[in-house]
Ligand binder design. Structure first.
Ligand SMILES: N[C@@H](Cc1c[nH]cn1)C(=O)NCC(=O)O
Length: 417
C-alpha cells in the first residue's frame, strides 16, 4: 500500500519537474521568452504553496485515500491537457492544475505513513518517502528528455500522463486509510471548525518550528533544481551544459543518499532534531559563501561540493514534518503538515522571483545575457532567507523545548524535541 502511494508521489515529482528539461521545446512551441517560461515555475510553486492548507484540511475531513485519488486524477488530466496545449494561456492553465494535483499528493502519503507505521519507524519511512520521491526528478531529467526528442511534445507528455491512469486504478484498489477502514471521515468542515483546527495547529510552537525548518532548508535546492541552477552554472560559472546537467543530477543523488541517514539519526536523537537542521543550514551557507566569494569562476570540484551539500537541505526539510508530527494529534496532523509544507515552497517562490528581478537589474542593457557578477548579486539574496529562517528556528526551538519540559520535566534528551 505504501509502495502504491509512494509511486503516486514519484509521479507528482516527475510532473512537477518535467518542464525543467523542456524549456527550449516550450519556448519554440508557445513562442515565449525566458521570463514567460519562468512564469510556469512561479505559478506552479504559488499554486502548490497556496493549496497546502486547504489540502491539509481536506485530508483531515475526507481521509488521505480520497484526496490522493483526486490528486492523481487531476495530475493526469492536467498533464494530458498540457500535451495538447498549443497556446501559452492554455499551457498556463494546465500547469495550474498540475500544481493543484501535485499539492494533493505529499500530505496524503505522509498521513498514510503516520497511520500505518509504528511510531519508531515513522522518521525513517518519512525520509525514505521523500528520498524515493526524488526519483521522479531523475526520470523527468533523463527519459523525458529522450521522449521529447524522439516522440515530440504531444506524445511525450501524453505518455507521461498515461502513467497516472494506471496508478489511479492501483490506488483505488490497494490504498486504505486505516487497517480497519478503506476510507475515513473527520468532522465536517465548518468555518468555526477550520479556524479552530488551524488555530490549534499554529498555536503549537512545534508546528511553527516545523514550518521554519522547512522554510530554511530546501529553498536553495528547489530553486536550483526547478529553474535557476542550469543558467547559474552555465552563465554564472561558465560550465559546459553537460556538466551543469550532471551537477543537477548529483544534487538529486545527494538528496536521496542523505535521506535515510538523516531518518536514522533523528530517530535515535529526536531531542536534537533542530540541532541537525541548524548544522545543515550552516554548512549550506558556508559552501555558498565560498562559491560566491571565489575569485573568478569556481572550480568544478567546488561546484560538486556545492550541489552535494545543498542537496542535503531537501531531506533536512523533512525533519520539519517530524517535529510537526510529534507536536500535533493525529486528527490535526494533515492541517499541521500543510502549514509546514508551505514553508519551503514560499521561500523557493520568493527566491525564484528575487533572482529573476536581481538578474534583470544587474544585467547591462537588459536581455538574458546574465553575467557572473549579476548571478553573484542574485544568489546572495539567499542570505536574507537564511537570516530570517535561522532566527525563527532558534526562537521556536527554545519555545518548543520549554513547552516539552513544562509538560514533562524529565524530558530532556528523551522526548521528541
Ligand atoms: N523537501 C521535500 C521532500 C524531499 C525529500 N528529499 C528531498 N526532498 C518536500 O518538502 N516535499 C514535499 C513535496 O511535495 O515534494
Amino acid at each position: 500500500m505504501w509502495v502504491v502511494a509512494l509511486l503516486v508521489y514519484v509521479l507528482a515529482v516527475f510532473h512537477r519537474s518535467s518542464l525543467a528539461v523542456a524549456g527550449l521545446a516550450a519556448t519554440d512551441r508557445f513562442g515565449i521568452v525566458a521570463s514567460q517560461l519562468a512564469t510556469f515555475t512561479m505559478l506552479q510553486l504559488l499554486v502548490y504553496a497556496a493549496m497546502q492548507i486547504p489540502v491539509g484540511l481536506l485530508v483531515d475531513r475526507f481521509g488521505p485515500r480520497r484526496v490522493l485519488l483526486t490528486g492523481a486524477i487531476t495530475l493526469t488530466v492536467a498533464q494530458a491537457g498540457f500535451a495538447f496545449a498549443d497556446t501559452y494561456a492554455l499551457a498556463l492553465v494546465a500547469r495550474v492544475f498540475v500544481g493543484i494535483g501535485d499539492a494533493m499528493t505529499f500530505i496524503c502519503v505522509l498521513r498514510l505513513v503516520n497511520t500505518w507505521f509504528a511510531p519508531r519507524r515513522i522518521p525513517l519511512i518519512t525520509q525514505l518517502t521523500g528520498m524515493i520521491g526524488q526519483l521522479g526528478a531523475i526520470i523527468a531529467a533523463v527519459p523525458m528528455t529522450a521522449a521529447l526528442s524522439h516522440l515530440g511534445w504531444t506524445k511525450a507528455y501524453l505518455l507521461a500522463a498515461s502513467i497516472g491512469i494506471v496508478l489511479s486504478i492501483a490506488l483505488a484498489i490497494v490504498v486504505r486509510d486505516r487497517p480497519d477502514a478503506r476510507s475515513t471521515q473527520g468532522p465536517a468542515l465548518s468555518f468555526v471548525q477550520i479556524r479552530s483546527s488551524l488555530g490549534a495547529s499554529w498555536a503549537q510552537p512545534g508546528t511553527r518550528l516545523g514550518f521554519w525548518i522547512h522554510f530554511s532548508t530546501q529553498f536553495s535546492a528547489t530553486t536550483l533544481g526547478l529553474l535557476w541552477g542550469y543558467p547559474f552554472f552555465v552563465r554564472g560559472e561558465h560550465t559546459s551544459k553537460g556538466f551543469a546537467g550532471l551537477l543537477l543530477t548529483l544534487m538529486v543523488v545527494a538528496m536521496m543518499a542523505a535521506g535515510p541517514l538523516l531518518g536514522w539519526a533523528i530517530g535515535r536523537h529526536p531531542w536534537h532534531r533542530s540541532t541537525f537542521v541548524l548544522s545543515i543550514i550552516g554548512s549550506i551557507v558556508a559552501v555558498w559563501t565560498i562559491v560566491l566569494c571565489w575569485p573568478g569562476t569556481a572550480p568544478a570540484w567546488l561546484l560538486v561540493v556545492l550541489v552535494l551539500v545543498t542537496g542535503v537541505g531537501g531531506p533536512a526539510s523533512m525533519i520539519g514534518f517530524d517535529v510537526g508530527r510529534t507536536s500535533n494529534p493525529i486528527e490535526r496532523m494533515s492541517s499541521a503538515t500543510g502549514i509546514i509544507n508551505q514553508g519551503g515552497f514560499i521561500a523557493s517562490l520568493v527566491l525564484v522571483i528575487a533572482i529573476g528581478l536581481i538578474l534583470d537589474w544587474r544585467t547591462p542593457g537588459g536581455g538574458t545575457s546574465y553575467t557572473p557578477e549579476a548571478f553573484r548579486w542574485a544568489m546572495s539574496f539567499q542570505y536574507v532567507l537564511w537570516a530570517v529562517g535561522i532566527t525563527q528556528i532558534w526562537r521556536y526551538r527554545v519555545r518548543t523545548r520549554a513547552k516539552v519540559m513544562a509538560e514533562d520535566p524529565g524530558a530532556y534528551g528523551r522526548t521528541p524535541l
